[in-house]
Design a protein around this ligand. Sequence first.
Ligand SMILES: Cc1cc2nc3c(=O)[nH]c(=O)nc-3n(C[C@H](O)[C@H](O)[C@H](O)COP(=O)(O)OP(=O)(O)OC[C@H]3O[C@@H](n4cnc5c(N)ncnc54)[C@H](O)[C@@H]3O)c2cc1C
Length: 440
Amino acid sequence: MTIRRTLRMDGPVYWPGDDGYDAHRKPLNPDLDPRPAVVVRAAGPADVRRAVLAARRHALPFAVQATGHGTHVAHDGALLLHTGAMTSVHVDPDRRVARVTAGTRWRDVLAAAAPFGLAPLSGSSPDVGVVGYALGGGLGWLAREHGLAADSVLRAQVVTADGTVRTVSADRQPELFWALRGGGGSYGVVTALEFRLHPVDRVYAGAVTFCRDRAADTLAFYRRWIERVPDALSTALLLTRDGKLVVKALYTGDPDRGRALLAPLWRAAGPALDNGMRVVEYAQAAMGGTFARTFDQVRALDDDLLAALVAEPDATVEIRHWGGRIARDRGAAAHRDAPLSVILDTVPSPRVAAALRGAGLGSSFLNFLADPARMSTAFTPENWTALRRIKASYDPENIFAAGLAVPSAPVTPQAVAVERAGRGYLPSGSAALSVSTPLS
Ligand SMILES: Cc1cc2nc3c(=O)[nH]c(=O)nc-3n(C[C@H](O)[C@H](O)[C@H](O)COP(=O)(O)OP(=O)(O)OC[C@H]3O[C@@H](n4cnc5c(N)ncnc54)[C@H](O)[C@@H]3O)c2cc1C
């Protein structure tokens, strides 16, 4: 049977030349001009299942896209599953839980949760897709207090490579549930996600702009100051191309306390050119992000790195404070121990590159990664081994291989030893590590 006959969907199917093909094939990155073999706009989980099975049957590469914000590879020749029509949000204010379907953006969750004084662990842009963001870790302004978005996920409905629609949670197929919350789109297509909301209503947040001439002193102050701030306060420092130092901050506690906590940092930075700090609804507090050409987690802002960053001529540099709940939680996503990360919007100069190597941990974060070849750097070695082993169980043929994906790996005794030597990731009640235990 031809693929045209196999692909009988509830939602529309776009072939090259069809109206709608161009509108649905493009990601956000304007440098990419992908030419998928076909685009399927899923109407629901049944369409997702049909699309996965059709791609397998006809040996087509498979890719999934919700908003295109995290698509870094052109899905040429693929069956591209577009989830943009699968949008719905249900908020249960008593349980403080939200349930969304695959194509939902943070904007919709923010609007649905705010009337109950609740907030999701969204990030810098309300237009980003909930599922892609959460599966890749999800670092938002509330992460130091409430953790990464991946760690707030309670349940997922997922279509795996064999076409099975599974509901997974800490009690049901816990290994797959663990791997999904950090391993990105490597394990299947998530059709629905349930996650915790947090009692965050109004916050003291915004950005304050200073002249850059005191940037070195401010950064030297900042690296000591962050050791004392509470988890409820999150900050990022930006050195901008137009000679400014911008401090972004969000505090979830009493605004007067927030002002007092931030006052020493403002004094270190000098007179403000513009002060945008205000009390706002969390849903209005999105503060944009820096385009990440390079992303490095660092163990400290040491003297060499500080001097090199301040002297970097043609770049926007963003230094972000991690720690807090991120470091205390366990999970597949991210390296948890880094206190700071450094983003540059351009290729770093040799001096900055050397300083980053000196202070850097060699690690990255899946949601800020664009290069599939660096996938392993987004995880601890023991988590990477576990992710590959679980991938081999659920997707041995590597159907979910597009873009940033965990490759499947044969499970060797050595690999299991790496996992055992790690800090222990398995959720309570899950199967013990075994080279022979099938997972599904
Ligand atoms: C402007 C901007 C701001 C951002 N801010 C933040 C931030 O503050 N914090 C942060 O952590 N990240 C941030 N990101 C990164 C973002 O979270 C990732 O790029 C994420 O992958 C985007 O998901 P998407 O679904 O919107 O994108 P898409 O390009 O549609 O999808 C990206 C990938 O997500 C996976 N995916 C999407 N839907 C599904 C599904 N239903 N099932 C399985 N896998 C799926 C697939 O692997 C897919 O290739 C930002 C990105 C941008 C462009």
